[in-house]
Design a protein around this ligand. Structure first.
Ligand SMILES: Cc1ncc(COP(=O)(O)O)c(C=O)c1O
Length: 390
């Protein structure tokens, strides 16, 4: 068993603190000592292993999921004058990446039961400017990829899956990130596999994978490992203006071992999920629906809702109360139209996304990191009982 490197509790349970093992630490030290800190052999290994794990033909490592989304949109041919449909319930990065591609984001509301994009609403938004759909597998639950795939085929749209929550998500053997044209993963510190910051793009297209590699490193025709490797210096040519989005070997050093253990940490998060499913009804709190038998939920977020009328306190009062009890919680997320910038820029009105807006004002995420002990979980429930006066 590897030791875990998690900050000592010192009375406050930090939301999303990851489980890091000895293997990661040793690999990190070996990477630093090797002198090859930048994009090199460990990134290549991490890419191969991510492709193997997801079943995608290619995996291209980048330095964030935001970068993955941005590059995928460009590789999908999205640009100024295009519209891209995404969900009103996601992290701002999904929408910002669409804006940075030059396209106009268009929001669909969510299915209130799952938090995932409402495919009927998506269908009603498609017009001749629509170029792509960016579904988000919210909390780790697979979107309705059947409906979205049919829509995309019918209207010739690209599908870029935001898999930031969805590393282990699958239907039968088919992984999230392989249903559409591109899958974009995050290895941010709170995610199911962490590299500090980091991301990955999966695709089955040889052409897109080649372009993504070039775009991720300034648009240069050769990466550093090819330029400075033991085969002698090689000149490069800039073939288009790219970005500085490459992943480093110091990041991949963590990712390789995190990915090797991903099913083990998933099993622990499933136990935590089941613990909350069992205990939340006693507190008068709603539980998320269980996943259908042919699907695997990544258990990235465990969310419940706090409703002022029902619970006697607001969601934000619950957050404050839990903080005072030493338990850190998350909010995923305020809905996208709740941000004034987007409303002012795109003319979105709160009443057009009633389910996302309502969820955004009530949702709260309980800790579900694989690093949590059984005692931590008991503490979460005890604290919630006190705060809710149950
Ligand atoms: C749904 C979603 N999309 C995109 C991102 C962006 O990921 P990253 O921080 O790796 O850029 C996140 C990160 O929290 C996310 O939750």
């Amino acid at each position: 068993m590897t030791a875990s490197y998690v900050r000592e509790r010192d009375n406050f349970l930090v939301f999303g603190a990851p489980l890091i093992g000895d293997d990661e630490v040793e690999e990190l030290i070996a990477t630093v000592k090797s002198g090859w800190l930048g994009t090199g052999p460990r990134v290549k290994q991490f890419e191969r292993e991510m492709a193997d794990y997801t079943g995608a033909k290619h995996a291209v490592a980048v330095n964030s999921c935001t970068a993955a989304l941005h590059l995928s949109l460009i590789a999908a041919g999205v640009g100024p004058g295009d519209q891209v449909i995404t969900t009103a319930m996601t992290f701002c990065a999904t929408v910002n990446a669409i804006i940075h591609s030059g396209a106009t984001p268009v929001l669909a509301d969510i299915d209130p039961a799952t938090g995932n994009i409402d495919t009927t609403h998506v269908a009603s938004l498609v017009n001749r400017k629509t170029r792509a759909i960016v579904p988000v597998h919210f909390a780790g639950r697979l979107c309705n990829m059947q409906d979205l795939g049919e829509l995309a085929n019918h209207y010739n749209l690209q599908v870029i899956e935001d898999c930031a929550h969805a590393i282990e998500t699958r239907q039968g053997p088919k992984h999230a990130g392989t249903f559409g044209d591109f899958g974009c993963f995050s290895f941010y510190v709170t995610k199911n596999v962490v590299t500090g910051e980091g991301g990955m793009i999966t695709t089955d297209s040889d052409e897109a994978a080649d372009r993504l590699r070039v775009l991720s490193l300034h648009g240069m025709s050769k990466d550093a490992y090819k330029r400075f490797g033991n085969e002698g210096f090689k000149h490069y040519e800039v073939v288009e203006p790219g970005f500085k989005y490459n992943m480093m070997d110091v990041q991949a050093a963590l990712g390789i071992h995190q990915l090797a253990r991903v099913e083990q940490t998933h099993a622990r998060r499933e136990q935590i999920w089941n613990f909350y499913q069992q205990h939340l009804p006693e507190l008068g709190l709603v539980t998320p629906p269980t996943e259908q038998a042919d699907k695997v939920h990544a258990y990235h977020l465990y969310t419940t809702r706090i409703n002022q009328d029902q619970h006697g306190i607001s969601r934000d009062q619950f957050l404050d109360g839990m903080t005072r009890q030493g338990i850190g919680l998350g909010v995923h997320y305020l809905s996208i139209p709740a941000h004034r910038y987007y409303r002012d820029t795109f003319g979105w009105a709160l009443q057009d996304y009633p389910h996302a807006v309502a969820l955004g004002s009530e949702t709260v995420s309980l800790p579900i990191s694989a690093a949590l002990s059984d005692q931590d979980l008991e503490d979460v429930i005890t604290a919630a009982r006190r705060v809710l006066n149950r």
